[in-house]
Design a protein around this ligand. Structure first.
Ligand SMILES: Nc1ncnc2c1ncn2[C@@H]1O[C@H](COP(=O)(O)OP(=O)(O)OP(=O)(O)O)[C@@H](O)[C@H]1O
Length: 948
């Protein structure tokens, strides 16, 4: 009911029926008081949700109630009204487990911030913010969030500060992964498009970004920075500028670090701009307010150049991760989902990191390939490892966090112990892995896994000993974590009494069986959580109890049956509970000691955990590579800077080929320097152009992440320094100057970043604007890349005219998506109508344009696709009908025009709008006017500038 969502008064009172009313157990005056107080609360940002902690449950009110209902319950029907008459407030309640589910989804998928208010009641409005969490700062809610589930990625928050000195722009970044206790810093020169910052945000997988609230330096366009932050899917949080002033930062960082170092031994402290960001970060995360953080952190400098640079459009085009907030997508919809056959949460986190940070060092990549190959060959060991070891490994990182926070229990100690117990078996299994001819395979298994595990085993042997002498392992079967009775005389006595009580209970049980004439299958003795030790029969058999009602006391009935006891058993059960409690109280001092000793083993446990994570991802790569519809292959890779070719035969899109309803057609790609380094792919709509170019990008990324790749044996893949993409505006984008300029600007980022070692993916450039301008843009960009930058480039376009580029530049090759055309002969066919089948085969040469015009109309696609095809067809006709002036100009004019446009693009893209004489243009129009004048009669430039 929509009216139920309105505030009281809006629907004429509308408190709805009694079932729609939220009952907080207070009188109406108190309800009204709460509503009045709530409405006067400080305003908050739209992306913040306020929850009220009411002890057993939480509530949310007003607009937040709607948000919470949608996220937690996926329906608005759960909304209730608080108050009566005009003064009503839409509200929703969450029990503890729903609140947990809500918080996880709100903070991780929906990128919301949450405030938890507590300390008040509906009577007394002494509510205070008790906890606050945002996507990059989950610390205060960690216990609630992770009580029963793991998070597959770490919440990472980054603070950014900019500085311009002598015309050089520098960004200082500091970031923290509080769950892994890592601090990172980076300081780098930046261009005005914040391209390096974008790479950093992607590589570290930042979830939240802090910037100074009033960063309004004229040389830096803060809006561009905000766009980049937004594009990378980060939540933006603005902090006070003063937060970014380094105060006692050296001392603060030194206190947090694990190693006892002098400040001069920490090179990161010399990055002065980054240290300003670090100051803001530490105060945002309140790391120094919690002394359990001291001596727990590592710090490192993140070097952007160590990893493949993947820009955000490329990440999206290749579908590496699902978009934040995208729920319900199938597991295989993203590359991460497809490759994630990890058995441990630590493995899953590492996989996400590897996909964000593909390697560029050829030896490191080769090592990963060799390990994967070894596990592809030895499938038996792989299965053993997954099923007998990895599956049982707890997340020791989280475990050790609990130790560090002082909330660990004996259960955590036992968890760590049980993981360590598997260590020797794990080493044995790894020692039996067969290389089956994989050169260096066994050797690498030895150095990457076995030797480090042996070191862990040695370091952790004493932990095993300690647990075995102190913890009562026999009690684990009953899920009890207690200290061994032999450890202490008093404990021994209590334990003897417990054993005696249990023996007496069994005697009583035997009596009950005899009395009821039932065997142990029919009547059971159980230790129930609710009733303590008692008996149970099925509901059918419970008649027997009624007949002897004087002897038996019924405790309750559930689906499982009827619980009952006798006077004697009841007393024994009470004794048993008392004795257990005594045991717990008496052992508590010892428990503390055991936990304290176990906490000392956190560093080797964390090292062990890291080896497990590494093994888990490698084995997962091997599993996916072997189980793909056609097994993946190990690519031959080439060092960067060697101008090596990329040759892949029968390449597939890994996520599409596993779709049930799709018969994937593999395709070849040959990008050979000086011959075919630039591939132009034309073809009808829906013909498979995008899929083709994205598959090639994904193959390059998978290879550099260390995985095998979906193509035929013999694949040659160079190591790229970057995968950059420009993917055309969606069809629902409004056409116009802004889109055109946005395309120009984004594309100019690529032009500036790309090197000869980069892979560029361009899909439907110029789609967001009219045909003429779009084509002009597509042409100038491709010409620039092919002749100047010389990156490897895959360029898919619906502009058939673009194929002429191959006539001008010898290493540009044309490919097209093939279709099969069959004239229609049935009676309803109009003249010249034909049946078109899309073959998804990419072949050398040019596409016959006439296919493109008919394809979507004739191929029986859904109406939406037909509409799209019609629009495209009209665009094509436009080009034919009016004859684009861009095509009538001679080559020289085009060439000159290109140069001017290219210059214009650069001038425009640079924030200063520099004129050719070095002065700054006052506005875009004055810049355009200047270029118009400069180009004289050049029809190409006139046409492009006309659109502005
Ligand atoms: N190699 C292939 N094998 C099988 N099906 C394919 C193949 N390539 C593409 N398809 C199917 O065709 C659909 C459209 O492909 P794609 O988006 O790559 O076409 P396109 O030529 O880029 O289209 P448009 O020009 O309209 O953007 C895909 O979603 C997929 O279902």
């Amino acid at each position: 009911m929509a009216s139920d969502l309105m505030y009281g008064g809006g629907n004429g009172g509308g408190s709805g029926s009694t079932s729609d009313k939220l009952d907080l157990g207070v009188d109406s005056q108190d309800e009204t008081r709460f509503i009045t107080w709530f409405r006067k609360m400080e305003p908050k940002s739209d992306d913040t949700v306020r929850l009220f902690d009411r002890g057993e449950f939480y509530t949310a009110h007003g607009d937040d109630a709607t948000k919470v209902a949608k996220i937690a319950y996926k329906t608005l029907s759960v909304l209730k009204q608080l108050g009566r008459g005009k003064e009503t407030l839409p509200s929703v309640t969450l029990n503890i487990s729903m609140a947990r589910a809500f918080l996880r989804e709100a903070l991780t998928a929906k990128q919301l911030k949450v405030e938890i208010w507590s300390g008040g009641t509906s009577k007394k409005h002494s509510w205070q913010i008790e906890k606050f969490a945002s996507p990059g700062n989950l610390q205060q809610l960690e216990d609630l969030l992770f009580a029963d589930a793991d998070l597959d990625t770490s919440p990472i928050v980054v603070a950014l500060r900019t500085r311009v000195q002598d015309g050089v722009k520098t960004v200082g970044a500091a970031f923290a992964d509080a769950s892994n206790r890592q601090l990172g810093v980076a300081e780098y020169a930046e261009n005005d498009l914040f391209a390096n910052t974008e790479s950093l945000l992607i590589q570290i997988g930042a979830k939240e970004c802090l910037i100074p609230a009033d960063e309004s330096c004229t040389d830096f366009d803060i809006n561009k920075l905000k766009t980049v932050i937004n594009r990378a899917g980060c939540v933006l949080t603005q902090c006070k500028r003063s937060d970014f002033q380094p105060k006692a930062i050296e001392q603060d960082v030194t206190r947090l670090l694990k190693e006892d170092l002098q400040s001069e031994q920490i090179p990161e402290l010399n990055l002065k701009i980054a240290m300003g960001s670090m100051q803001a970060l530490l105060s945002f995360l309140s790391l120094l307010n919690d002394d359990t953080n001291f001596g727990q952190y590592n710090i490192y400098t993140h070097d952007l150049a160590q990893f493949l640079r993947v820009d955000h459009p490329a990440l999206r085009a290749m579908g590496v991760f699902n978009d934040p907030g995208q729920t319900g997508a199938s597991k295989n919809a993203s590359l991460y989902g497809l490759l994630n056959r990890c058995k441990t949460p630590q493995g899953q986190r590492l996989l996400a990191q590897w996909l964000k940070q593909p390697l560029v060092n050829v030896h490191e990549i080769q090592n990963r390939h060799t390990l994967v190959e070894t596990f592809v060959e030895d499938s038996a060991s792989r299965e053993n490892l997954q099923n007998d070891f990895l599956r049982f490994m707890p997340d020791l990182q989280r475990n050790s966090k609990r130790f560090q926070k002082g909330v660990a229990t004996l259960e955590d100690v036992v968890n760590a112990y049980q993981a360590v117990l598997r260590l020797d078996g794990l080493i044995d299994t790894l020692s039996q892995v067969q290389g089956f001819g994989v050169i260096e395979g066994e050797k690498l298994i030895q150095s990457t896994f076995i030797e480090p595990l042996q070191r862990s085993s040695k370091l952790l042997a004493k932990l095993v000993e300690m647990v075995e002498t102190t913890i009562d392992l026999a009690e684990l079967d009953r899920h009890r974590f207690v200290i061994k009775p032999d450890f202490d005389d008093r404990l021994r006595n209590i334990r003897d009494s417990i054993d005696q009580t249990i023996e007496n209970l069994h005697e009583e049980y035997n009596k009950v069986k005899r009395d009821l004439k039932m065997d142990e299958k029919k009547v059971k003795l159980e230790d129930s959580q609710q009733h303590g030790y008692c008996f149970r029969v099925t509901r059918n058999d419970s008649k027997a109890l009624k007949e002897k009602s004087s002897k038996y006391i019924e405790l309750g009935t559930t689906k499982a049956g009827v619980w009952f006891t006798t006077r004697q058993a009841k007393d024994l059960s009470v004794d048993h509970i008392d004795l257990q409690n005594k045991y717990s109280t008496h052992q508590s001092g010892l428990v503390k000691q055991v936990i304290k000793i176990a906490a000392g083993y956190c560093p080797p446990l964390e090292q062990f955990n890291a080896i497990i994570a590494n093994l888990d991802v490698i084995v997962s790569f091997a599993f996916v590579s072997s189980h793909a519809p056609i097994p993946y292959v190990r690519p031959q890779i080439f060092e960067m800077g060697k101008n090596a070719p990329m040759i892949v035969k029968e390449a597939r899109h890994p996520c599409l080929e596993v779709q049930d309803d799709l018969n994937f057609i593999p395709n070849d790609a040959e990008m050979v320097p000086d011959e075919s380094e630039f591939l132009v792919i034309t073809g009808p709509n829906m013909g498979g152009k995008s899929t083709y170019i994205r598959s090639i990008g994904i193959i390059a990324l998978m290879s550099q992440a260390g995985c095998f790749v979906p193509c035929a044996p013999g694949a040659k893949v160079p190591v790229f320094d970057a995968i950059l993409a420009r993917v055309g505006a969606g069809d629902n984008q409004t056409k116009g100057v802004s889109t055109f300029m946005a395309e120009m600007l984004e594309t100019s980022t690529i032009l500036r970043l790309a090197t000869r070692d980069s892979l560029i993916i361009i899909d439907e450039l110029g789609r967001g604007t009219s045909t003429y301008d779009g084509f002009g843009l597509a042409w100038s960009i491709s010409e620039f890349i092919a002749s100047k930058i010389r990156s490897k480039c895959l360029f898919a376009s619906h502009f058939a005219e673009i194929v002429a580029l191959a006539d001008q530049i010898k290493h540009v090759q044309n490919l097209h998506c093939k279709v099969h055309v069959e004239p229609r002969h049935d009676s309803q066919a109009l003249e010249k109508e034909s049946e078109i089948t899309l073959l998804y085969k990419v072949e050398p040469g040019i596409c016959d344009r006439s296919y493109g015009i008919h394809v979507a109309e004739l191929a029986g696609f859904p109406p939406s696709v037909i509409k799209l095809a019609k629009r495209k067809a009209e665009e094509m006709e436009d080009v034919d009908g009016e004859i684009s002036p861009l095509l009538t100009v001679d080559a020289k004019t085009t060439e000159e025009g290109m140069k001017i446009i290219e210059e214009f693009m650069r001038a425009f893209a640079s924030n200063k709008r520099m004129r050719s004489d070095g002065t700054e243009a006052e506005s875009l129009s004055s810049l355009v006017a200047e270029y118009r004048e400069r180009c004289g009669e050049n029809a190409f430039v006139q046409k492009v500038l006309e659109s502005l």
